[in-house]
Design a binder for this molecule. Structure first.
Ligand code: FNR
Ligand code: 8K6
Length: 347
């Protein structure tokens, strides 16, 4: 039943995946004090090299993008060199790996980089505190100026260039899960009245500028994007968000991205304003390669792919619990169940 997951999949002329199973991006908070990837991280990713494609943990493009402890960066030479060890280790085992490019926007905390306030589309705080650092309350962000937006776009492109220098096969722009790019795409966090807010076209502008700048720098074959049309994390939903994503997905259809990836923890969740599941909504608006995710098993993913609901599956928590996830599924062996305590080490 899961046999088709083990067929190769052609993303484009330069990238053919060995199978349909992607390792989802998974923040592990294990980089060193300078946000440099460690040898333990290289070993961790290399153990998972038989995924069709590994997507790295979210990696910050500049210091003020940091919202959690020890999340790796891609803005210093030491970080580039550290990631080179990871990509070499994955490639030595025949794997492929994309870097997920991240700026957390209003979910960043100046505790980590010593600034005053995080930046975001509008000066609206996310409620709550930094996970596992409960004393850190989220601050009201500063609304970015148009000049600062242009700098951010340029910093995403530079980070993509650095990722290629570090040996990555491509990048996935993190436009999901309530972080900076997603904050422009939802009415909950974007109340701007300039050309970056107020209409679907304006609210999509930053995301498309980032996509276009990254494509211009490293090529469309190596550029992918993750989006969360359904607000579920660090974000409140608004029925008007639907029009924003309708517009954005139509625009993306005209670009030749390597793939588009849903951002959701459980794809069984239904969103009224999207008319159902995130993946089904995205499939209805986007005909090119779509990666599904969110509480799937190999069996349920295989069924969804055969029904045409998406083309590839990303697996997150089961890949933390089973470094040999792909081999186990192929052999029909039993999987170890994920538990949150497993986040304490990198095996
Ligand atoms: C995540 N997820 C996530 N998503 C993302 O885009 N970038 C990231 O860095 C992370 N980090 C992260 C850490 C941990 C510990 C978890 C559990 C999840 C979300 C992840 O990519 C995926 O969408 C979900 O885990 C749902 O897939 P599974 O786990 O049900 O297969
Ligand atoms: C992306 C960085 C996060 C750092 C660690 C994240 C760990 C996450 C697990 C819990 C996330 C909660 C999401 C809640 C949504 C549930 C909807 C059903």
């Amino acid at each position: 039943m899961t046999a088709q997951l083990f067929q190769p999949y052609r993303l484009n002329d330069s990238l053919v995946l060995d199978n349909h199973i992607l390792m989802a991006p998974l923040t592990r908070c294990m980089a060193d004090a300078d946000l440099v990837p460690t040898q333990a991280m290289a070993d961790y990713y290399a153990r998972r090299a038989d995924a069709g494609l590994i997507i790295s943990e979210a990696t910050i493009i500049r210091p003020d993008g940091q919202g959690y402890p020890n999340t790796p960066g891609i803005f210093t030479q030491a970080q580039i060199d550290g990631w080179r060890k990871v990509t070499d280790a994955v490639h030595a085992k025949g794997g492929k790996i994309f870097m997920q490019l991240w700026h957390t926007g209003r979910v960043a905390h100046p505790f980590f980089w010593g600034g005053e306030a995080p930046i975001a589309p509008s000066a609206i705080a996310v409620e709550g505190t930094v996970p596992r650092m409960r004393e850190l309350v989220y601050l009201t962000p500063k609304a970015v100026t148009v000049t600062e937006i242009a700098e951010l776009v340029s910093d995403y492109a530079k980070a993509a260039e650095n990722a290629i220098e570090a040996g990555f096969d491509g990048v996935e722009i993190h436009g999901a899960n309530g972080y900076l790019i997603d904050q422009f795409l939802h009415h909950d966090s974007n109340r701007r009245e300039d050309e970056y807010g107020g209409s679907p076209e304006n609210m999509s502008r930053f995301a498309l500028e980032v996509v276009d700048a990254v494509i211009a720098r490293i090529g469309h074959e190596r550029t992918a994007l993750r989006l969360s049309p359904g607000a579920y994390f660090n974000m409140a939903g608004d029925a008007r968000d639907r029009e924003v994503f309708d517009y954005l997905l139509a625009e993306l259809e005209g670009r030749q991205l390597a793939y588009l990836h849903a951002g959701i923890f459980d794809d069984a969740m239904e969103f009224d304003y999207l008319g159902g599941r995130v993946s089904d909504y995205m499939r209805g608006k986007y005909g090119k390669t779509l990666v599904g995710v969110g509480s799937y098993t190999a069996h349920s993913a295989s069924l969804a792919i055969s029904e045409g609901r998406f083309n590839l599956i990303a697996i997150g928590r089961p890949f933390i619990a089973n470094h040999d996830y792909v081999a186990k599924v192929k052999a029909g062996s039993e999987l170890v169940a994920y538990s949150d305590e497993m986040l304490a080490n990198l095996y």
